[in-house]
Design a protein around this ligand. Structure first.
Ligand SMILES: [Zn+2]
Length: 319
């Protein structure tokens, strides 16, 4: 901790270069700082902010979280990475000069519009529907009050926002009802229309991984497709979700506690043989055994979205 001052001083010109768009300089300066402070979370945060690809950024952010599991900004940046490189640059590079943004649900003012709300915990960006339905940090009481408030002065915008609130509470029928009422008021409200269509006959993929970065990458990869994804951190949670949601496909990280392979069989007996089961990141032997355990495909880790989508093609509606 005694190095904080000097690390911050060394990182300042890197941030400045990144803001000016001089990424090559930023990278080379950052390399020098990293050589001096290889275990500093701020160094890795900045590496993520100026990384060349989302996959690279995700691995750096995972390193930040490894160094400090309570680094909220890194956890949040991991969550919002799917919004693209520009938003990554925005938060990490401009963290010192936050803009003010009001939560559309509870009206709490906070500093980053891509964050989940600091007060009610809701995610309100409609490009993050899958994160909404996996949001464990939503404050039900505040959000319910906000939904009730929005329903009292119904406009399409207001009801669409209320639908987002309901998604944060994992209440899909309520969200559908609100989105549909929004569309009735304004048939041209694109956000409400997309939401209503997606919620009309919701279907699920359940994905299990002990790694937060992998769970977020799964949500990010599958967001553009029609269905919903529930992520689980472990075996029990996954089995409960599968029983509740009857998913169209299951994705299992080989590193799941108790063994990813060992989870294939119970999943098969719960869902039958027709539901695609994708094993993430198994070794060569595991891959072979995965086939006999009922996995239909295998995707290497770290995975890119396209190989996951390819494995889930019939399920996500591409065939
Ligand atoms: Zn809020």
């Amino acid at each position: 901790m005694e190095n904080r001052g000097s690390v911050a001083q060394l990182l300042e010109p890197v941030r400045e270069a990144a803001k000016r768009g001089e990424l090559r300089d930023a990278h080379s300066m950052l390399q020098d700082v990293e050589a001096l402070y290889p275990l500093d979370e701020d160094v890795w945060s900045l590496k993520a902010a100026i990384a060349n690809s989302d996959a690279e950024a995700a691995s750096y952010l995972a390193r930040v979280v490894e160094l400090n599991p309570r680094n909220e900004r890194a956890l949040r940046d991991l969550a919002m990475m799917r919004l693209g490189a520009s938003s990554r640059m925005h938060t990490a590079v401009n963290a010192a000069h936050p803009a003010e943004y009001k939560c559309p649900l509870c009206h709490h003012a906070h500093t980053c519009q891509f964050d989940s709300c600091g007060s009610c915990g809701a995610i309100t960006d409609t490009r993050r529907v899958l994160e909404m339905v996996n949001n464990a940090g939503a404050d039900a009481e505040i959000i319910r009050a906000a939904i009730a408030h929005r329903e009292r002065k119904p406009s399409a915008e207001s009801l669409a926002g209320a639908a987002a609130g309901a998604l944060n509470l994992r209440e899909l029928p309520a969200a559908y009802d609100l989105a549909r009422r929004a569309v009735e008021l304004d048939p041209n409200h694109a956000g409400a229309m997309l939401l209503a269509r997606r919620l009309e006959d919701p279907w699920w993929i359940v994905a299990v991984s002990p790694a937060p970065a992998v769970r977020l990458a799964l949500l990010r990869s599958l967001e553009p497709f029609a269905g919903f994804v529930r992520v689980a951190a472990g075996r029990e949670e996954a089995i409960a979700a599968i029983g509740e949601l009857r998913p169209r496909a299951v994705v299992i990280d080989a590193k799941t506690g108790g063994g990813g392979l060992a989870l294939c069989q119970p999943v098969r007996s719960l869902l039958g043989v027709d539901v695609p089961l994708v094993l993430l990141g198994a070794g060569v032997m595991e891959k072979l055994r995965a086939r006999s355990a009922g996995a239909v495909s295998h995707v290497a880790v770290p995975f890119d979205a396209s190989s996951l989508i390819a494995a889930l093609k019939p399920v996500v509606g591409l065939e």
